[in-house]
Design a protein around this ligand. Sequence first.
Ligand SMILES: C[S@@+](CC[C@H](N)C(=O)[O-])C[C@H]1O[C@@H](n2cnc3c(N)ncnc32)[C@H](O)[C@@H]1O
Length: 294
Amino acid sequence: MSEPTGAARRRGPFQVGDKVQLTDPKGRHHTFTLEAGKAFHTHKGSFPHDELIGAPEGTVVRSSGNFDYLALRPLLPDFVLSMPRGAAVIYPKDAGQIIAMADIFAGARVVEAGVGSGALSTFLLRAVGDQGLLSSYERRQDFADIAKKNVEGYFGGPHPAWNLTVGDLQDNLVETDVDRVILDMLAPWECLEAVHKALVPGGLVCCYVATTTQLARTVETMRAMRCFTEPQSWESMVRTWHVEGLAVRPDHRMIGHTGFLVTARRMADGVDAPMRRRRPSKGYDSDDYEAPQV
Ligand SMILES: C[S@@+](CC[C@H](N)C(=O)[O-])C[C@H]1O[C@@H](n2cnc3c(N)ncnc32)[C@H](O)[C@@H]1O
């Protein structure tokens, strides 16, 4: 049985073409691609790539300046944070939430927009696997080009489950019988009509938005459409810890805000979503939100 796309590049001794992540004595990372006959230069001296080719991960190399560097392959979270960017990427903590809470399964048919730098596309492709489908839409050609390079750089070539279309999702979405749709864009509410058409009954839409105003508009548009279940909204915060001797405490710095996630499921055709029992608070005007015709 052949290995899933990209798996062979994730294990075994270092080979030419592998990405290597070095950690220096101060914990800083340096990433480069292994090439026979080349040298890696830092301001603390250099060492030949050949010292790593054929060596196992977890090897320590010493530079001519007498500094030790730990060599490992970058994990996917390291890879997406160090790859070239066009648009801002979805952070690994949010990508993890999306994979779990949007229930991305092996073999799923998934639609995604926008693609930006391709960070989320890479996580989604790993989750749907070679037998699934990820159809990604990006309105900007320059971002699509960056994303393609990043995704193919990660998998070592084209991924058999990936289609990349340049254009607005709402005008170009052709797939039907889609299990999951993931939207990371400024105005996801503009795409909900097209998303509804594409999804199977019970299929899930997940939107990642950066601000509370986008969150409100997304949720209220879904409600007004009456063809999605009651949306669930949340954010996640990750706090790293400093653990040294008796000093065991949260790190002083953290990423305080990335974005909010919203999920909802598509109702069956002709079935209206049950109305919420709770009344919206005073001052709320449901006419502020228009439901597209479905
Ligand atoms: C924040 S970026 C996406 C980042 C991406 N999720 C990642 O992890 O690298 C948002 C992208 O959505 C694209 N976009 C916005 N509206 C769109 C639409 N209606 N259809 C397709 N792409 C859209 C923008 O051009 C931009 O590249």
